[in-house]
Ligand binder design. Structure first.
Ligand code: G3P
Ligand code: MG
Length: 360
């Protein structure tokens, strides 16, 4: 039977381990599941048709983004055929949420594929402008704009500038991979070399407006046979260009793996999830922090990128245990000691199989 009271009585047990899955190059290539990925995730549920029947606490820990955690959870459920909760999704830009208060009543620029503006608004930023809208406030800001066949001719109300007190930017957020690099490199340089308003002079002695990147991946595995340039490559391009300007060198902050804070946040999320599993909250009991879940003995990071996924788990140290797959950025046989993985496997299915056998 499936009644709520019966579900609450379902016996939950404590697992001493948890799993963090990288997405691109481990579970998906582009939007397509890597063979074995749905099967591997199904093993983590008692009944994979019910979100409540999660048996082993796991999260998605990706440097990608461009949509809200809730939207990404829905998308992942469809792509991987398991019920994914928004709390199980940590994106590159998830830490931006903590910055919203710093930018209260200040206008910020949202850059990148997908819906970077909707992402920042969902975190509580109250004055967000998408790069696509921002460029319309400045005639001819993109010197190559008229050679881009996808650009729509400007409509009359497009050119109406926003209220003056809002037009100065207090910060730039690269939320996801930029789409139009030539435009975005130009406009971000304009913003940072001015006092937050393209075409104006910087105030001497005033620091550059802050710029935040959701991740710093040089490349990542998508649908093409070899990895594609990522946000880290864009950052290098911006930095190289910006540092040729007479202003001081680029100051920036990057989030994402391999940063230690990402792994610490992931630990908290996994503990909360585990507490919900054993207290029955996932099967309908009221949400509670009791009984607390004891610390994990192992948290497995399954990734394809030695310099983000594996290095980060090594920096975090125990209980983190890095497992490297050969389905993404890494295809070799041996691996440099700097990034040493606890285990190298063919694919995610072999990784989960290894974990379940190791945990007995
Ligand atoms: O754009 C996505 C890429 O930067 C990394 O994604 O899931 O491999 O961390 P992932
Ligand atoms: Mg990856």
């Amino acid at each position: 039977g499936g009644s709520r009271s019966e579900s609450v009585l379902h016996v939950r047990f404590v697992t001493h381990f948890a799993i963090a899955f990288d997405i691109d190059g481990v579970l998906l290539r582009g939007g397509t599941p890597i063979p074995g990925a749905p099967a591997a995730l199904r093993l983590l549920y008692d009944d994979p048709t019910l979100p409540a029947q999660l048996r082993i606490p796991y999260i998605f820990l990706t440097n990608g983004g461009g949509t809200t955690e809730a939207a990404r959870a829905l998308e992942l459920s469809k792509q991987l055929h398991v019920p994914v909760l928004p709390d199980q999704v940590i994106l590159g830009h998830t830490p931006f949420r903590k910055l919203a208060d710093l930018f209260r009543n200040q206008r910020v620029l949202a850059v990148g594929k997908g819906e970077p503006d909707a992402v920042l608004r969902s975190y509580g930023f109250d004055h967000v402008v998408h790069m696509d809208s921002f460029v319309k406030e400045f005639e001819n800001i993109d010197g190559l704009g008229r050679f881009k066949p996808w650009n729509q001719p400007l409509k009359e109300d497009d050119a109406t500038p926003a209220a003056d007190h809002l037009s100065k930017l207090a910060g730039v957020f690269v939320v996801s991979d930029p789409v139009d690099w030539s435009r975005d490199l130009q406009v971000i340089c304009d913003v940072l070399r001015s006092d937050g308003k393209p075409g104006t002079e910087a105030v001497p002695g005033r620091p550059q407006p802050p710029i935040f990147f959701a991740a710093d991946d040089y490349d990542y595995q998508s649908t093409f046979p070899v990895p594609r340039l990522g946000m880290g490559a864009f950052r290098i391009a911006l930095e190289s260009i910006y540092n040729r300007l007479p202003s001081a060198p680029l100051q920036y902050v990057s989030y994402g793996k391999p940063q230690l804070t990402v792994y610490k946040h992931a630990e908290h999320v996994l503990h909360d999830l585990s507490t919900q599993i054993i207290s029955g909250a996932l099967v309908g009991a009221p949400k509670t922090r009791e009984p607390m879940h004891p610390p994990f003995e192992s948290i497995y990071m399954i990734g394809d990128n030695p310099s983000t996924d594996i290095l980060g788990a090594r920096i975090a140290g125990p209980p983190w245990f890095p497992i490297l797959t050969r389905t993404g950025c890494y295809r070799g046989q041996s691996i440099s000691r700097l990034y040493e993985a606890g285990k190298v496997v063919e694919d995610v299915e072999e990784a989960v199989d290894f974990i379940i056998r190791r945990e007995g």
